[in-house]
Design a binder for this molecule. Sequence first.
Ligand SMILES: Nc1ncnc2c1ncn2[C@@H]1O[C@H](COP(=O)(O)OP(=O)(O)O)[C@@H](O)[C@H]1O
Ligand SMILES: [Mg+2]
Length: 316
Amino acid sequence: MSFIWIFSQVDGLVRYAIDEMLVAPSLKIFCAEGEETAALRVGRRLDKYRLLRRLGEGGFATVFAAHDLIEDRKVALKIPDERYISNSQSLEDMQREVRIMAKLDHPCVLPLKDARFIDGHFVIVFPLGEESLADRLSRRISRAAAIDYVVQMTSAVAYAHENRVLHRDIKPENFILFPEQGIQLTDFGLARIERGAHDVSASGTLGYMAPEQAMGHPSYRSDVFSLGLVIYRALAGEVPEYPFESLPAFNKLRRGLSSDLVALIRKAIDPSPKKRFRDAVAMRNAMEKIRFPLSDRSVSLKSEPSPNTLAVRRVA
Ligand SMILES: Nc1ncnc2c1ncn2[C@@H]1O[C@H](COP(=O)(O)OP(=O)(O)O)[C@@H](O)[C@H]1O
Ligand SMILES: [Mg+2]
């Protein structure tokens, strides 16, 4: 089970941005109408979208697979629950998520297709993936396939950090899989743009959360920690638990991996933030230096022409 810790939410700069958002025309219309919106059920139509099935229900939103009847293709619709969007704090969260995702453009970050009000519902539209990494990890996964995801996930978080975005909720449920070994990071609902100012709020999912984030101090280093745990989970099949002194299934983690990659993972999940990579960019750079992540050298890592991505090559 996952749950959310919310300690406090005070940030003058963010508050200022919200005040601006509250006068955005679409929100004004929405707030003024205060209309009753009908419940969302599979089969229902929302403008050009027909809801096909529920994909997930987090704390604040429901995600549906839907058919875009105009473009004749499948999409994912994330629709925040009405009880949460009836107050300004949640409007702020929703709008922040959309605005952060709109400015990110990377092959390993889920692209935002559209976001608007339809029949009183705020609807965020994304390409439809196959399943989440959490779903995928319930089945056996080869070392080579897991490594392929590991490098893409690291590229995604490094890219977010390069854009000064802290994700704050990195976990297998928030990585979506696509055909041909594609994987994309989503759910920037708790993300914040780092402004250099202190940020006293801390929220995220307990299972993958760094200890200091649980104490109210999220940072790039806490995202590194969560990413390290996701990688550990993908390669060992288990997740170390607080206080992270013992590493379950460590022999399974090590099996077939190069010692450099094992050392990199241990550094990412060090309980002491100072001993970790300072951000995911440093972690990606360290990963780029590992030519062969597997001890049998059957896979090699190569930097793509763009410095933002790493890629896996199968060595014949
Ligand atoms: N684009 C997508 N394609 C397929 N499944 C998705 C997609 N987006 C989300 N999901 C599924 O819905 C779940 C919840 O989505 P998410 O954006 O993480 O919302 P929440 O804020 O509710 O956690 C995900 O864990 C995943 O299982
Ligand atoms: Mg989520």
